[in-house]
Design a protein around this ligand. Sequence first.
Ligand code: ZN
Length: 432
Amino acid sequence: MKYFKLSNYKDYSIFFWIILVSIIGITITTIYKTNKEDEAQKIKGTLDNIYLKKITKEITNNLEPRYSSLDYVSRSGDTYQSIVDSLNIIKEEKKILLESILKEKSLKILRTNQKFIFKFDNMTKFKIVEFKIETDKKNEIIFTSSNAKNSFTSKKIKKNFKKKLVYKETSIIDSLYNSALNLKISPNIIIEFARLYGFQVDFQRDIWKDDSFQIIYEEYLNDKNQIVDTGEIIFANLNLQNNDLQLYKYEYEKNKVDYFDENGKSIKKTLMKTPINGARLSSSYGKRKHPILGYTKMHTGTDFAAPTGTPIMASGDGKVMKAGWCGGGGKCVKIKHNKTYQTVYAHMSKFGRGIKKGVRVKQGQIIGYVGSTGMSTGPHLHYEVIENGRKINSQKLRLPSGKILKGEDRKKFEVSKIKIDVLKSNLIIKNN
Ligand SMILES: [Zn+2]
C-alpha cells in the first residue's frame, strides 16, 4: 500500500532527490579520493580547498570509528590462510599476520570452534594492533604489533577457567527458545541447539506443546565461579510427540567432530529445512493470494517471519552464484550446492561478511540478514529450493543424510556413546 501513496508526492519531491543525489555524489567522490592517499597527492589541486578537506575528514571519521574489533569462530573447512584473507587489510599485512601465526607451534592444527579476536586501528596503513587466538578454552595466544608494524610478538596466556558439564531438561511450554532461556541456558547454546536440529526439525510445525528436550553442554567458570563462556554441546535429545531425536558429539577423526544419532548416522543433511533460527513459518509453499499484488499466484518458496537483522544461514555447502538485487526479491543470495540443488534467500537487509558471487560457503555460515527489501510487506526470509531447475517445497524435502559410521568406527562410537550415557545418568543424579 505504501508504494502507491508515495507516487502522489513524486512531483514535489523530485527536486529534493536531485539535490540529495548530487550531495551524495560529491561526498562519495571526495571520500574516495582521501582514502587513496597517493592518488590524492596527484590531484591535489582539486582538493586544496581547506573547508572541503575538513568536511570530508569529519565524514570519514564519522563513517569509521578509529578502533574496531572483530570476533571470528573457526568452522570446518577453514584454514589460517582463508581466515586472514577474509580480513579487510592490505596484502602485506596479511602476509605478516599469516607468518606470525604459522611460526607458533601450539597453533599447528586449526580446529573448529577456535575463537579469534582481531583489533584494528582504522587510521593506519597496517591496521591490526593486536589479535588473539584461543588454543583451547583455557589458553590463548596474544599477538601484539611491533612499533615498526612489520612483525608481531606473541605471548601465551593462561585463563584460569574451570570446565563444568551441565545437564538441563524441560518440557516446552511456549517456544523452545523461551523454555531454554527460563532454564538459564546461554543464547549461544540455544542457537547451536537449533542449528543442530535445523536439518530435521521445522521449528514452527514440528514442535507441539509438552514436547521436551534434554541437553548436556560445557560451561566455563572463572575463579569466582561465574560463567564466562560456554563450550560445546555433548549430548541432546529432542522429544517430539514421544519420538526421541538424540544426538551425540563424537570425534570421528583426530580434530574432526560431528554429531551422530544413536545409530551412528550423522545428523547433517545436504540441506537444512530451516536456514534461520527462532523464526516463525508465515507462509508455506503453494497457491496463495499475493499480499502486495492482490491476485492468486503460486508461492514458490517458504516464508519465515523474523525480526530485521536475524542471521540467515547457508542451508548447505556450496558456491554463491548471486549476491545482489533480484527485483521483487530485493537483496537476495543464490547458492548452488551440487548438480541437483540450488537455494535462494530473498528480501535481505544486508549480506553476510564476504558474501559475493563466486565465494564458497559452508553449511550454517551466515550469508545475510533478514530484511524487507524488494516486494515485501514486512521483515521475513523467502526461502526457495530448486531441484534440477524446478522450484520445490523445501519443507517436504527428504534428503539423504551424510556420514554413517561403520565397522571399527562404529565400535568406537558405541563406546563413546555409552560414556556419554553414563555421564548423563551421573549428572541427573547430581541434579536431584
Ligand atoms: Zn515468499
